[in-house]
Design a protein around this ligand. Sequence first.
Ligand code: HEM
Length: 417
Amino acid sequence: DTNQMPREEGIDHSLSLIREGYLYISNRCQSFNSNIFETRLLGKKAICMVGKDAAQVFYDNEKFMREDAAPNRVVLTLFGKNGVQALDGKSHQHRKEMFMSIMSPEGLNKLKDITKHQWEKTLDKWEQMDKVILYEEAKGIMYRVACQWAGVPIQEDEVNRWTRDLGAMFESAAEVGPAHWLGRNARNQVEKWVGELIEKVRDGKVTPPEDTALHRFSWHRDLDGNLLNTEIAAVEVINILRPIVAIAIFINFIALAVYHYPEEREKLKSDDGKYAQMIVQEVRRFYPFFPFVGARVKKDFTWGGYKFEKDTLTLLDLYATNHDPEVWGNPEKFNPERFADWDDSPFSFIPQGGGDYSLGHRCAGEWVTIEVMKVSLDYLANRLEYEVPDQDLSYSMVRIPSIPHSKIVLKSVKRKI
Ligand code: HEM
């Protein structure tokens, strides 16, 4: 016997989702007093859910699949066509291994060194500047980090252009109208550039180091023993470059946390690295970034007394799961201490998705993100002096992705002696 899920009446609620952003799912969960409800999105029945148990069922490969789960507007801006995000089963596992193979301890150490080097180079420039717009600058730092780590040659006269275009891909993912077209155009340009680069690697005209994404993805063979076609290889290299640039958003939230919670900055002074990790985890839990992930029901099943019908689009709310009071005491308080003895559950703390890296769709770049954030925290909290002039530091709970409105202006930046 099954029950009817709490249901939002009406023909379609896609517009409410755009209007309410990060809060669309939790607003309805509150009014239904339920962590699951049915609605209609993109003209079809859809299920929305929140919480650790929901995450566990969402990441069960027997129950959900990703084929045709992402709306076209997201594919044409954020994801790209035929990338790892839309694969299932063995072909997903094989492609995911390609990604995870570059996430080795050596690879991550190299990334840390590259990130420090780029911060140092940027500081030379910032010390000459009256004011710095952190969001724009951080995207520039991260573009260089992304290219250097991925083995992509940097052409100085194209840095601004590709930084802007890679940014436009994630800035436009939830946009409609002109901003959406900007994102689509950016993706077309970047895919062309990276596609040509992959052909040059295959022709021996560009030779990136062997442990880099550009080398590995150019020479990766699918389960039939064939190289990826150029478009797909480009989409996957961009699946490394674009999200590394997107870490700029978390760098902004780190700066915000350092400013709003000076007592946390103090605790870093006698830290052996553990407290820095706790702050980074709390930044990833506390602030809004990736709102929800989507999948489709693979075959009919029942869960929690509710029926899930094959093909139904199902959204898992990442932000609300990270703020679920059942798991997180006082969730609206910024409190790194909560990570001192955290149980490492793969389903309750899911800013970059949940479940297993190799078998599921959990973010391939979670360790990359954490390492880059720790280096950036060290600079923003320990190694620099700067003023934070009056500005609008608030951030939207509606606009996706959320970025502090002022993009964080810093003045008179200097190295601490
Ligand atoms: C997937 C978030 C950084 C590469 C994902 C997913 C989320 C996410 C929510 C989807 C999980 C799912 O579908 O269940 C983030 C956030 C980041 C970030 C908030 C912060 C900037 C990165 C970085 C990289 C990366 C730095 C690469 C170096 C990927 C890839 C996937 C993915 C390849 C697809 C995995 C798959 O489908 O199996 N990320 N990510 N991400 N991310 Fe990230």
